[in-house]
Ligand binder design. Structure first.
Ligand SMILES: Cc1cc2nc3c(=O)[nH]c(=O)nc-3n(C[C@H](O)[C@H](O)[C@H](O)COP(=O)(O)OP(=O)(O)OC[C@H]3O[C@@H](n4cnc5c(N)ncnc54)[C@H](O)[C@@H]3O)c2cc1C
Length: 385
């Protein structure tokens, strides 16, 4: 067991900060549709998309641990870089790599890695939040097409994506066994989406509408019996989002250290005060503990496997909590400056706050951890009488 980064990993991390400084810093300021498209292509040119995806499919072929390290550090540089690297690596495209046909991999994965397209994930519905298997969106095969009806909500990044992997039901038994997934192009007939609702971190979350939406049959990723496999892949997506929380916490901690050394009150630097020193020490302890749990979960996946759900849930619960506290303390150390939008700290806090909700809420992850500890079934469904 070795808890230190290798020389190669340190170089990888340094190279990301260097590329950000030299090539990406300015591009990150433009979050228009064109700006994101340009940034995607530039990141692809520097090998920063498709980090853990297999090289034969156009990916960089890194291990999940190295991928998590890079997503964390890209996020520390800029939330947009963290989002794009995460979504193109451990995001919905992973479901195509794991479950897709050779033809689907050929059609979609390389284009994601080249920065040509973005793919999101549509699971959540009005009546199916934490109880994801309650989803109702239906899929019916009709000749060469699959016809989808239903609604999704709280879906991220739809305005910058071109496809969504939509979880839907291929039967009407009501059991999770009906659940499969379809890769839906955003220009498919019968597909539309809302204008989006701003969340706390000023990101848009969308509703997706499927009204006899017709998609070519070759876009079916799984025609039922796939919920377990889809969620196994989704654990890699969860680790990517945990890495993003680490990146925001790392950046906030770094800013707090620097600010404490320059801000003067009572004719001395505020870092002279033990009250501030203890906050910095607590922040560092939490950051390192969160990193170790996250890196363990990523390393547990081996070279190109999937993370162990138990380790992923532990990393998620601790990191989400720690990141909120670190970002909150960073705001505190900056005083009123930290609370303004002139500084990026309020945005960092708002972003990590979402991590306690998306990808399974903290309560759902604690249920998963407890079900392993107590060796009890995870199902939370009330039994019908
Ligand atoms: C920033 C952000 C981005 C998102 N992006 C996407 C996306 O791209 N695609 C997508 O499909 N979804 C996305 N979501 C939706 C997200 O996955 C859901 O919000 C999440 O699964 C929780 O569902 P809910 O909001 O309906 O909460 P609910 O399930 O209604 O939960 C409400 C409260 O009850 C608690 N609760 C529920 N069941 C239990 C239980 N069994 N035990 C204990 N407590 C319980 C929850 O922990 C929570 O505190 C996103 C959400 C956010 C915030």
């Amino acid at each position: 067991m070795n808890f230190q980064l290798t020389e190669q990993q340190r170089q990888l991390v340094d190279s990301v900060h260097d590329i950000h400084r030299r090539k990406l810093h300015e591009l990150c300021k433009d979050d228009s549709g064109e700006g994101i498209a340009r940034l995607r292509r530039e990141m692809a040119d520097h090998g920063l998309l498709g980090l853990n995806l297999p090289e034969p499919l156009g990916g960089v072929g890194l291990s999940l641990l190295d991928t998590v390290l890079l997503i964390q550090n890209l996020q520390a540089c800029s939330s947009t870089l963290g989002a794009l690297s995460h979504r193109s690596s451990t995001g919905a495209v992973g479901a195509i790599v794991e479950l897709g046909t050779d033809e689907q991999k050929r059609r979609f994965v390389g284009r994601v890695c080249q920065g040509e397209i973005g793919i999101g994930i549509g699971i959540t519905e009005p009546e199916a939040g934490s109880a994801a298997t309650a989803l109702r969106t239906s899929a019916r095969i009709d000749g060469d097409h699959v016809v989808i009806n239903g609604k999704k909500q709280f879906v991220s990044f739809v305005n910058h994506n071109h496809f969504t992997v939509v979880y839907c039901r291929f039967g009407d038994s009501g059991s999770p066994k009906d659940i499969g997934a379809v890769i839906v192009p955003h220009d498919a007939p019968g597909f539309s989406h809302s204008r989006g609702t701003l969340n706390m971190a000023d990101e848009l979350l969308f509703e997706l509408y499927f009204d006899d939406c017709r998609v070519p049959r070759e876009n079916i990723l799984a025609d039922g019996n796939a919920f377990g496999r889809l969620i196994s892949v989704y654990n890699a997506e969860r680790l990517g989002s945990i890495a993003r929380m680490l990146g925001s916490a790392q950046a906030s901690y770094g800013m707090a250290v620097e600010y404490s050394k320059t801000r003067r009150q009572f004719n001395r630097e505020i870092s002279d005060f033990q009250g501030i020193q203890w906050m910095l020490a607590d922040m560092r302890v939490k950051l390192e503990a969160a990193q170790l749990l996250t890196y363990r979960a990523a390393a547990g996946a081996g070279e190109h496997g999937l993370p162990v759900p138990f380790e992923t849930s532990i990393a998620k619960v601790y990191t989400a909590q720690a990141a909120k506290e670190i970002c909150d303390d960073a705001i505190q150390i900056h005083g009123a400056n930290g609370y303004t939008k002139e500084y990026p700290l309020a945005h960092r806090y708002a972003e990590v706050r979402g991590g306690s909700i998306y990808g399974g809420t903290l309560q759902i992850h604690k249920n998963m951890i407890a079900s392993v500890i107590l060796d009890r079934p995870l199902s939370q469904w009330k039994k019908s009488r």
